[in-house]
Design a protein around this ligand. Structure first.
Ligand code: SF4
Ligand code: SF4
Length: 395
C-alpha cells in the first residue's frame, strides 16, 4: 500500500462505517445486483450481489482469510468495500478466526462472515462437541453469530444428511441465533452440487471454479443458483503459479485480475474469495470488482494456460486415481504442494499433508513404474511431482 493510501486508511479506521450506497444495475435477477461508480485512488468494490436466497448482500470480490498475519489487512479490505469474509476453524492453526475477529471489530454488522468446521460426516460426532466447537469459533471471531457455517471440505453430502447428530447440532445453532445459514465447501463439486439440488441443508456452497477447470460444473452451478443456493468460488487462480511465469502482468491488468474477471463473468457466481494476505493483494483484487472480461484479460488467461497446462494438477480431476495400484491421493497431495509452493501457505500445507492417511501418501512411488502418468490427460510428470511433494510436505 502506498504511504498516502496507508495514511488515509489508518485515519479512516476511526471514522466509522463504510457507505455501501448502491444503485441498481441488472444482471439476470434484478434483486441480485447492485453497482456504484469506481472512485479514483484507492480501489473500491463496485459490485454487490445477493447471496442466493439468504438475502445477504456481498461484494463480488470477497476475502479469503486463510493466510493472514496482519488483521489490518482485513480491515483495509473492508474499507475498500469488501463485505464477504471467509475463514475456518483450522486456518493458521486455529488463529485465523481470531484475526478476522480482530480485523473486523466494530463493523461486524456490516460484513458477512463464513467459517468452516472440518469433520468426517460418515463418522460419529457428538452434537454437543460440534456446538462447542462453533461456540469457540464465535469467541475467536468476537461475534455472537456467524452468517454462514460450513462443513469444511465435504466430499459426500449424502453422508452428512444421514448424520442426525450433525444436523441436530446445526439446527440447534440456528435456533439459538448463533448460525444464520448453513452450507459446505467442497473439492468434489460434481457430486456434491448434484446432491445439493435435493437437500435443504446447503444455503451457500463454496466450490473450486476457475478458467482451467470448472466449466464442466457450470450447468450444476446454474441449477443450484436457480434453487436459491448462494454460490462462492475458490481456487480461482488455477494454481496461482503466475509469479514464476512470463508476461503475466500487462499495463492495467494483472493475471489475478484477469482470473477474477473470468470467474465473475459467470452470472451464476455470487462472489469469490481470493486469499488476501497483504495490502497489495487487497488493492489488486478489489480493482477487478465489476470489471468485464475483455480481450486483454483473456489474453493473459490464455498465456497462463499455455504455460501451466502440463504442470497444474486440476484439483477436481481424478483421472489418474484408478490407475494407481497403491491408492495414492494424487490430486490431494499435489493440491497441498500447491498450497506450499504457490500460495505460500507452508504450515497449512504440511498440516493438511500430516492428516492424510498413510496409505494415501506417495511413499511407494519410488519403486513404481508410474501408470498414473499415462492416465493423466494433461501430461503431468506425476511421479516426479509426487516424490517432490512428499519431500517438501513432510520435511
Ligand atoms: S507412481 Fe505413485 S501415484 Fe503413480 S501409480 Fe505409482 S504409486 Fe501410484
Ligand atoms: S495428476 Fe493429472 S490425472 Fe491426476 S489428478 Fe492431477 S490432473 Fe488429474
Amino acid at each position: 500500500m502506498s504511504r498516502l493510501r496507508r495514511r488515509q486508511f489508518l485515519s479512516s479506521l476511526t471514522s466509522g462505517a463504510l457507505g455501501l450506497g448502491v444503485a441498481g444495475r441488472l444482471r439476470g435477477d434484478p434483486a441480485s445486483v447492485s453497482q456504484e461508480p469506481q472512485a479514483a485512488g484507492t480501489p473500491k468494490i463496485i459490485k454487490y450481489n445477493v447471496l442466493g436466497k439468504t438475502g445477504l448482500k456481498v461484494s463480488d470480490v470477497g476475502c479469503g482469510a486463510i493466510s493472514l498475519f496482519e488483521p489490518n489487512v482485513l480491515r483495509y479490505a473492508y474499507e475498500c468495500g469488501v463485505t464477504y469474509f471467509d475463514t475456518a476453524e483450522s486456518y493458521l492453526r486455529m488463529k485465523g478466526e481470531a484475526y478476522v475477529g480482530e480485523g473486523l471489530k466494530g463493523v461486524r454488522d456490516k460484513v458477512v462472515i463464513t467459517t468452516k468446521h472440518g469433520f468426517n460426516p460418515a463418522q460419529k460426532i457428538e452434537k454437543t462437541v460440534l456446538i462447542k466447537r462453533m461456540e469457540e469459533s464465535l469467541k475467536r471471531l468476537q461475534s455472537d453469530y456467524v452468517d454462514v457455517a460450513m462443513v469444511h471440505g465435504l466430499g459426500d453430502l449424502e453422508a452428512l444428511m444421514k448424520n442426525q447428530e450433525v444436523l441436530a447440532a446445526y439446527d440447534q445453532l440456528k435456533k439459538d441465533g448463533k448460525v444464520r445459514f448453513t452450507g459446505f465447501s467442497t473439492h468434489n463439486a460434481k457430486l456434491t452440487l448434484e446432491q445439493a439440488l435435493k437437500s435443504d441443508f446447503p444455503q451457500v456452497i463454496l466450490f473450486m471454479y476457475n478458467h482451467s477447470e470448472g466449466q464442466e460444473i457450470e450447468p450444476l452451478v446454474k441449477a443450484v443458483r436457480a434453487k436459491g443456493i448462494g454460490t462462492v468460488a475458490m481456487k480461482i487462480f488455477a494454481g496461482g503459479m503466475q509469479k514464476n511465469l512470463k508476461n503475466m502482468v500487462k499495463p492495467g491488468s494483472s493475471y489475478p485480475q484477469a482470473a477474477i474477471r473470468w470467474v465473475l463473468s459467470n452470472p451464476d457466481l455470487d462472489t469469490c474469495i481470493p486469499t488476501m494476505s497483504s495490502y497489495s493483494h487487497v488493492e489488486e483484487y478489489v480493482a477487478a470488482s465489476g470489471q468485464p472480461l475483455d480481450r486483454a484479460a483473456l489474453g493473459l488467461i490464455t498465456r497462463y494456460q499455455e504455460q501451466t497446462r502440463d504442470s497444474y494438477c486440476r484439483v477436481s480431476c481424478t483421472a489418474c486415481l484408478s490407475a494407481c495400484p497403491n491408492r495414492v491421493a494424487v490430486n490431494d497431495v499435489l493440491r497441498f504442494a500447491m498450497y506450499y509452493e504457490n500460495y505460500g501457505q507452508e504450515r497449512q500445507a504440511m498440516d493438511c499433508y500430516a492428516e492424510l492417511p498413510a496409505e494415501q501418501k506417495p511413499t511407494d512411488c519410488e519403486t513404481c513404474a508410474g501408470p498414473c502418468e499415462l492416465a493423466c490427460p494433461y501430461g503431468l510428470k506425476v511421479k516426479t511431482r509426487l516424490l517432490h511433494s512428499h519431500d517438501i510436505l513432510s520435511a
